[in-house]
Design a protein around this ligand. Structure first.
Ligand SMILES: Cc1cc2nc3c(=O)[nH]c(=O)nc-3n(C[C@H](O)[C@H](O)[C@H](O)COP(=O)(O)OP(=O)(O)OC[C@H]3O[C@@H](n4cnc5c(N)ncnc54)[C@H](O)[C@@H]3O)c2cc1C
Length: 460
């Protein structure tokens, strides 16, 4: 009898329900399909059961139950990185959705949030107080999942990774203990979780620093996609002198012909420069002039409160079937930009929705004292491309992703696991000393490999 079958017997779901108190959905239950669905519709995850605990004690009960029944525990909130999980028939999918409390302390400039809280649950209230979290391009990922994987966002060149702004983590470890990991307590756990992800336990709440930001100057310059070569060359040259106050993205974007996309954009393709400036409008306008001088078709730059940029990158809000490619890149030259445009620009035949290069470096390259397992990101740029992976387009998307990834391969210097949406050997993506220390932490906290994380450390 497989473990999946065990949970389909009447006894196990009843026992799990009785033990944890929160909602439990097992195969065959009416709520199972909705409870197991995630952000990537190309992936059909079928866990042995889905548990939705409401507080740490219920999480501990799920851990105990899983251990007793020979199952594993896979924490998940939104499923934005569900791709690498693979087979879940031997795992309880532990949804953190119900633990979504948010508290902001303006005096200490700290937020304390439940593991189910997403960036959009914090950003508006923080913004009203002249504060911002180090969020990324989409406001609907969980702060926990994003930060445990590193967290590279719109303020990254100035303020670094979100993981290194985390000040405390409430965690249920695989032994069923509820711990509070801080720089003073459970120090190794605190270090490992900040970049090492969900390999060491289920985080039930976290506390992190907010940064004081009253307003940003931010927006997008839209150019016809036929100008991608000229625009991306100019953007790349511009990044060489852009100060750390600016985090920017050069991008080729093909809006799908869907009714949700506003009419002027629907089905159209553009070359874009997106940027967020922290230096005030006057200086930002001066800095932006070489790119603005190219004469964009549309210019959305404006001074706005930090909450205004939550959806600047126009990431999809609803689940989509997608596939992606990613690499961290070192210094780029003009040949790299030409290769990218040849692979994904006008006339390339690419149907990819988005092909982007984010400017990294700055604070992302410097390790803070007391940083976690992911102290820095390698390289100077981040490549990410995404396409639709429904049955009609999956093969073409695969080929298009391969072409653009191959074009940039000579510049690849590593990967950043938050952007990796397939199963990989994680050891290669941390510096050797950090990789060894992470494996040792996994042995300490999860010697039986109870945790089923998206990117597994110390896989057997
Ligand atoms: C459209 C899109 C835009 C993105 N933009 C950015 C960006 O700008 N910057 C960036 O850095 N990343 C970005 N990401 C990547 C994103 O940060 C990761 O996918 C992250 O893992 C999402 O966290 P989640 O909890 O919402 O996702 P989930 O898929 O629910 O969780 C991912 C993994 O995180 C771990 N995890 C989650 N919650 C817990 C918990 N409470 N305890 C223990 N482990 C946990 C688990 O191992 C889980 O498998 C983006 C992804 C997408 C799809």
């Amino acid at each position: 009898m497989s473990t999946n079958d065990i949970l389909q017997t009447r006894r196990a779901p009843a026992a799990l329900r009785a033990e944890i108190g929160g909602a439990v959905h097992c195969p065959g239950d009416p709520g199972y399909d909705a409870a197991r669905s995630g952000f990537n519709l190309a992936i059909d995850q079928r866990p042995a059961a889905v548990a939705v605990p409401r507080h740490p004690k219920e999480v501990a009960a799920v851990m105990r139950f899983a251990r007793r029944e020979g199952l594993r525990v896979a924490p998940q909130r939104t499923g934005h990185n569900m791709g690498p999980l693979g087979y879940l028939g031997d795992s309880i999918l532990l949804r953190t959705d119900a633990m979504d409390r948010v508290e902001i302390d303006a005096t200490t400039r700290r937020a304390r949030v439940g593991a189910g809280a997403r960036w959009e649950d914090v950003l508006p209230a923080a913004s009203e107080l002249g504060l911002a979290g180090l969020h990324g391009s989409t406001p609907d990922v969980s702060i926990a999942g994003y930060s445990l994987g590193g967290g590279m966002g719109w303020y990254a060149r100035k303020h670094g990774l979100a993981a290194n702004r985390v000040t405390a983590l409430e965690v249920v470890t695989p032994d069923g203990e509820i711990r509070c990991a801080t720089p003073e307590r459970d120090v190794e756990l605190f270090w490992a979780l900040r970049g090492g992800g969900g390999n060491f336990g289920v985080v039930t709440a976290l506390e992190f620093e907010l940064v004081p930001i009253e307003s940003v100057y931010a927006g997008i310059l839209f150019f016809p996609v036929e100008r991608a070569g000229e625009v991306l060359h100019a953007w790349h040259e511009w990044t060489a002198t852009a100060p750390e106050d600016v985090t920017s993205i050069g991008r080729i974007l093909q809006f799908p012909p869907l009714p949700e996309v506003p009419e002027p954009m629907r089905g159209k393709s553009f070359a874009l420069v997106e940027a967020v400036f922290l230096c005030g409008e006057e200086e930002a306008t001066r800095l932006l002039e070489p790119l603005r001088g190219l004469g964009p078709a549309m210019d959305t730059f404006a001074t706005q409160p930090p909450a205004g940029i939550a959806e600047l990158h126009m990431d999809p809000r609803d689940p989509v079937p997608s596939d992606s490619a990613h690499a961290m890149l070192g210094e780029l030259d003009a040949t790299a930009i030409e290769a990218l445009v040849a692979a994904a620009g006008a006339g390339s035949g690419s149907t990819l929705i988005s092909v982007e290069i984010r400017h990294a470096g700055g604070a992302l390259s410097r390790a803070d004292d007391g940083a976690g397992a992911l102290a820095t990101l390698p390289g100077s740029y981040v490549f990410f491309a995404v396409g639709i992976a429904d049955p009609a387009l999956a093969e073409k998307t695969d080929a298009d992703l391969d072409r653009v990834a191959s074009a940039l391969r000579p510049y690849e210097v590593g990967r950043y696991l938050n952007f990796v949406e397939e199963r990989v050997d994680t050891a290669g993506f941390f510096p050797p000393a950090a990789a060894a220390r992470l494996e040792a932490a996994r042995e300490t906290y999860d010697p039986d490999r109870l945790m089923h994380a998206n990117h597994e450390i110390g896989a057997r």
